[in-house]
Design a protein around this ligand. Structure first.
Ligand code: PGA
Length: 252
């Protein structure tokens, strides 16, 4: 079976000092060995402190990247720079799609750039409440997958994780029911079978994100096509993040 990936997305939260404090608490609370893979994605400015304070206990990721190696791109960060600190990079988060107008084509460029530096992309997809109410959720997700994964080979898919994050459930306290999440995860799995093949689809981890917390982690992670979580709010406190890791471990 696929191992769970329990990923914390800190978004624009925590200074370097606050990241150090989180890892001091995390290292004291978390079991020395976990069956699931745990990951924290801090802000760029906290990456160095997180790497030092984490002491190699869990994987580190970044929340964004610019798809060029170097050059005149003021304010941006390249895959090569990130590879000094992280193994994973989130791309296509709905907050960036909405607030910064990131397109599927741009997200696809980022995925190719990350893969060329041996970094593992986590591609976020998901529908808004309006799109769900209009019965368009699957169309929106299929388009994000088709365009986001354009010109990606079967071999490259081994390094890619997909995160289903219904926009209406992010930071709202409203979680997709396990049944709704499972239905979409199965849709994504089938899409991967159709566009690649069954062995690729079986190997790709599909994470759920959107108000995932200790109280609903068991029911969500018990679903057959949910392979972990992308966790915002509940990853900011070491204790609640460790609780979710322990719930995931008990299911393995
Ligand atoms: P949330 O965020 O857990 O706070 O809803 C999830 C995400 O946006 O990755």
């Amino acid at each position: 079976m696929r191992t769970f990936l329990i990923a914390g997305n800190w978004k624009m939260n925590k200074t370097a000092e606050e990241a150090r404090a989180f890892f001091a608490e995390f290292n004291a609370l978390a079991p020395a060995k976990t069956k699931c893979e745990a990951l924290i994605c801090p802000t760029f400015t906290a990456l160095s402190a997180a790497k030092e304070a984490n002491k190699g206990r869990i994987s580190l990721g970044a929340q964004n990247v610019y798809p060029k190696d170097s050059g005149a791109f003021t304010g941006e960060i390249s895959p090569k720079m990130l590879s000094e600190f992280v193994t994973y990079v989130i791309v296509g988060h709905s907050e960036r799609r909405t607030l910064l107008k990131e397109s599927n084509a741009f997200i696809n460029e980022k995925i190719h750039a990350l893969l060329s530096h041996q970094l593992k992309p986590i591609l976020c997809v998901g529908e808004s409440l309006e799109e769900r109410k209009a019965g368009r959720a699957f169309d929106v997700i299929a388009e994000e997958l088709t365009e986001g994964l354009a010109a990606i080979s079967k071999e490259q898919m081994a390094a890619i994780t997909i995160a289903y994050e219904p926009i209406w459930a992010i930071g709202t306290g409203e979680t997709a029911t396990p049944a709704i999440a499972q239905e979409v995860h199965a849709f994504i799995r089938n899409w991967l079978v159709k566009h690649f093949d069954k062995s690729v689809a079986d190997g790709v981890r599909i994470l759920y994100g959107g108000s995932l917390k200790a109280s609903n982690a068991h029911d969500l992670l018990s679903q057959p096509d949910i392979d972990g979580g992308l966790i915002g709010g509940a990853s900011l406190e070491a204790k609640s993040f460790v609780d979710i890791i322990q719930i995931a471990d008990e299911l393995l």
